[in-house]
Design a protein around this ligand. Structure first.
Ligand code: NAP
Ligand code: NAG
Length: 300
């Protein structure tokens, strides 16, 4: 059976960046979706992991791989072990045991009493379903990448304004935001899988946090998007509309007007607010340092 460098279990949004990059770098890969539809112009195998099924023979249809990327959430105890065991059971002839990489979210670090600066070594919710499954995967030698908010392509953060902040109170409560672009997730996944081929240290059993290195202040974003928000709201922003800051007499968005009222009310002299005022700041520099790349698409 053919062996690929990377098997993507769940070629969703992230793979619209990852697959073209793998093609461009001539890295062998295969990918699955639940329905077997094309992604980024490439065929995918139809595969759905059902953790409740007693028959896991669907794993026999998957290719041998050096690295297996799991993009969909595994939850609670048992699922990670079942997935790893089933893959290994149906791929016994691999020269090296496959490396498992799971995409997770930085959401597990949002706990009461969290410190101001949060790193991959900070406390996280041990009772979070995804964290439980991630820890199980790590105990089996897997590597977890906890991603900040994803953006890129159709995911345009300036479109989210009216959804995340409907009232002045919503705006008032908004503090920090952390993001990472799909392209940088793709570059990160490839960097981890390549590093792992040379040396398992830093990969096996680890948890990493990925952000683009910015701590965004939602107030600064609302203010900065004062003129794009209305056009973006419709969700059908054409390129020229989305970039349009040039209406001659445009009314600033409600959200940005509220921001300037709040600055006055809270005696904030300028934007962005201080890290202390934001109160939750992610530091993911060690990821980029360890894997010797830097973000390509920083600053939303
Ligand atoms: N949205 C954010 O801001 C954010 C932030 C941090 C982390 N994350 C996490 O990052 C990861 C990747 O996100 P994404 O947007 O690329 O995900 P996505 O677009 O939802 O892709 C998930 C893929 O997994 C497949 N899949 C779902 N359930 C499956 C199952 N039981 N067995 C096999 N395949 C299954 C889906 O198949 P189909 O294509 O057939 O549906 C799809 O291809 C997710 O874990 C997400 O929670 C998201
Ligand atoms: C804003 O935060 C306060 C204090 O944490 C909370 O009581 C209130 O419900 C929040 N309001 C909204 C609209 O989220």
């Amino acid at each position: 059976m053919r062996e690929v460098q990377l098997l993507i279990l769940g070629a969703g949004w992230t793979s619209t960046f990852l697959i073209p990059l793998l093609v461009s770098r001539k890295i062998s890969f295969a990918a699955t979706t639940t329905t077997g539809h094309n992604v980024a112009g490439h065929e995918t195998l139809s595969f759905r992991f059902d953790p409740t099924a007693s028959d896991q023979s669907a794993f026999s249809t998957l290719l041998n791989a050096r690295n297996v990327l799991i993009t969909f959430p595994l939850k609670g105890a048992g699922q990670s072990k079942l997935l790893v065991d089933s893959y290994n059971q149906y791929h016994p002839k691999l020269r090296h045991k496959a490396h498992f990489i799971q995409l997770g979210s930085t959401g597990i670090f949002q706990i009461p009493e969290q410190s101001l600066w949060v790193t991959r070594n900070s406390a996280y919710s041990k009772t979070n379903d995804r964290a439980i499954a991630e820890d199980e995967l790590r105990s089996l030698g897997g590597c977890v990448l906890n991603l900040a908010g994803l953006w890129g392509g159709e995911r345009k953060p300036e479109k989210w304004v009216s959804r995340v902040a409907k009232t002045k109170e919503d705006v008032k409560n908004k503090t920090s935001l952390h993001m990472v672009h799909g392209m940088d997730v793709a570059r990160g996944v490839i960097a981890v899988s390549e590093a792992w081929g040379r040396d398992e240290e830093g990969c096996k059993g680890e948890r990493w946090m990925l952000t683009d290195g910015f701590v965004y202040d939602w107030w600064a974003l609302f203010a900065g998007w004062a003129s794009v928000e209305k056009a973006a709201e419709t969700d059908k922003v054409t390129k020229s509309e989305g970039e349009n800051t040039g209406g001659i007499d445009v009314v600033p968005s409600e959200q940005s007007q509220w921001v300037y009222e709040l600055l006055q009310e809270h005696n904030v002299k300028a934007l962005p607010r201080s890290y202390e005022a934001l109160g939750r700041c992610y530091d993911s520099q060690d990821f980029w340092q360890r894997f010797e790349i830097t973000p390509l698409k920083a600053r939303i």
